[in-house]
Design a protein. Sequence first.
Length: 369
Amino acid sequence: MIKRILSHDMPRSTWLAWMLAAVLLGLAFAPFLFPGVKALSVAAKILVFIVLVASFDLLLGYTGIVSFAHTMFFGLGAYGVALAMTHVGPTLPGLVVGVLTALFISGLMAWLIGLFSLRVRAIFFAMITLAVASAFQTLVSQWAEWTGGEDGLSFKVPIWLSPSMEWLEEPVLGVMIDGRLTCYYLLCLCTALSVLALLRLVNSPFGRVLQAIRDNEFRAEALGYRVVTYRTLSSVLSALFATLAGVMLALWLRYSGPETSLSFEIMMDVLLMVVIGGMGTMYGSVIGATLFLVAQSYLQDVLRLASEATIDWPWLSSILSPDRWLLWLGVLFVLSVYHFPTGVAGRLRLQAARREASVGRAKRECGGP
């Protein structure tokens, strides 16, 4: 049953399976295990970025395409919902209109970019997507009449997703069952379905062709596959999932702005998450997004405690100052890449494969089955 749900793409590593189980349980019960606004916000952000990173991994890890326009589609999802909630109204029909419109525009733009740009070499395609993303961010920032400019758009969500909506009068395990909790578990549902859909996609014949194109474009073309068509479809599908991630973020924040959904920093963070988790594996998206966002959110708190504990050694306390958290985040990233060059999930899977190969070889040498 589990194999069918995961499209027969099992973790293949005991350590990886335990890590994924810990992340799954932690996110599923985060409102009850980690009380507080910050902890719930971090958990919601992890859910959003799991979808965003997994969609980018479909493009980079499975198809071999480097695109810097991914945050543009992310922003389209966020602004689509914001504009619909503002002009149509904070209702379910308004939400549906916003989501469908954002998905349509994202799919169309991804198709056009792929159609006219994927015939060029990879580096030129990356530069084209960077230029398109920069132009789109500038347009959004300056079109204040519709997008709110640099200030962005704040909007109301449907009442059943609003914190003012209390489903029960008494808290359950110390947590109020309100619209905010409903919104969180809606994000959980969207994340689970998106990851399972992407797993099914990359393990389908279509996904195998994408990996063949990534490994050897000329051989795939010689076998009769239309490389540009497959790359364009991959780009469109990746854009649609990125748009869904933007919708999720906007619903959680009840706000959409250039800094939260269109900035180049988000693109770099997504790239780091893919590298940390492991390219070419959807499970790496889960691990990479979780590790990066937890470190980014709580590293300052850890450094503050370490700095206070080493107050008797002023030089060490200064090095461990919370103000230097970006430095330490960079150090952690360098160490993770050094020890896990194929990402955490990739390294654990590789170790498990080597272990299985050595056990099989030992059995054959001993004449076993």
